[in-house]
Design a protein around this ligand. Structure first.
Ligand code: SF4
Length: 318
């Protein structure tokens, strides 16, 4: 059987708020990511997608379940193995302005991980690596002497990408990397990530709340709701045949280019409030907003199952 680059099984990440309340940020989530593949994870704010990504790259500890990277459970890695792992997985942040040190020049921001992981044998080689990374992300080498506040939003994100690429990673967790950018700049950054992924055989875990953006970049899409994964499928299959009522509602809100079709199509309006992940509930977490909710949905949590090849969902209708 083929070994996945990353394999996540029944992952849980809980936060104890006080003696009585536990916030279930990620609750029983399972998925895998292959080499050279982009898995987009979509869902509204607070659904647990960022927390899930952080646990996968070792930035947060899990409460339960397993995260296996290249056959090794990351929580069982020794210091040496974990250090090597941190050189193979990287993160691109939503807001490079707050995640990059404003007192460091771009050169040092990009060179920092090269130094930490001793990847250059000399100053000359380090310089060549930094300049080549800047070029790869579409920035001029002269920009290396500037500070982050001297750039536009799109250029800042390019610096963030160059910094993530500096250690030549295998997997990058992209945490809403375009949501703070103008639409025209979003397309440039998404296209840049697509190009880099192809050139470097990168695996991307791409998290966003915008299904249109996620569908453009992803080979497969996972949909999260309130800490749970509710559906995963290949992108075309997901867009043409969404099975879970929450995915159907998300898809009905994606704009279409044809103005006539856009006017005529029916949008699924979800009623009810999103419960807090710290509220205790039994049954399906989407029950309070689902237009198809049945008696069983209130009592039993739907099982996560493969409905057709590669297409998984958790819904009592399936
Ligand atoms: Fe709706 Fe029931 Fe399916 Fe949940 S299990 S999504 S409430 S039909």
């Amino acid at each position: 059987m083929k070994e996945h680059l990353l394999e996540v099984t029944n992952l849980k990440k809980y936060f104890r708020m006080n003696k009585r309340t536990v916030l279930k940020a990620v609750d029983d989530v399972s998925f895998y990511l292959d080499r050279g593949e982009t898995l987009g994870i979509v869902g509204e704010s607070g659904c647990g997608k960022t927390t899930c990504g952080k646990v996968c790259i070792g930035m947060a500890e899990k409460t339960g379940g397993s995260v296996i990277y290249k056959g090794k459970e990351i929580s069982e890695m020794d210091k040496k193995e974990f250090f090597r792992f941190t050189g193979q997985v990287q993160m691109i942040f939503q807001d490079p302005y707050s995640s990059l040190d404003p007192h460091m020049r771009v050169y040092d921001l990009v060179a920092e991980s090269i130094r930490i992981h001793h990847l250059a044998r000399s100053r000359k080689q380090e310089k060549e690596m930094v300049y080549s990374l800047l070029q790869d992300v579409g920035l001029r080498w002269e920009y290396a002497s500037r500070y982050i506040h001297q750039f536009s939003g799109g250029q800042r994100q390019r610096v963030g990408i160059a910094r993530a690429l500096a250690v030549d990673p295998e997997l990058i967790f992209c945490d809403e990397p375009v949501s703070a950018l103008d639409v025209s700049v979003q397309a440039q950054i998404v296209n840049l990530l697509v190009k880099l992924k192809k050139e470097r055989t990168l695996s991307l875990l791409f998290v966003a709340h915008d299904l249109a953006v996620v569908s453009h970049i992803s080979d497969r899409i996972g949909v999260m709701y309130l800490g749970s994964m509710v559906e995963i499928a290949e992108t075309d299959e997901m867009m043409e045949n969404p099975m879970h009522p929450y995915t159907q509602a998300l898809l009905s809100a994606v704009p279409v280019a044809d103005p006539r079709l856009e006017r005529e199509r029916e949008r699924i309006m979800l009623k009810g409030d999103v419960p807090s992940p710290s509220d205790g509930w039994t049954g399906c977490s989407f029950c309070g907003r689902c237009p198809h909710a049945m008696e069983i949905c209130r009592k039993e949590r739907p099982e996560w199952k493969e409905i057709k090849q590669g297409h998984y969902t958790a819904c009592h209708l399936k």
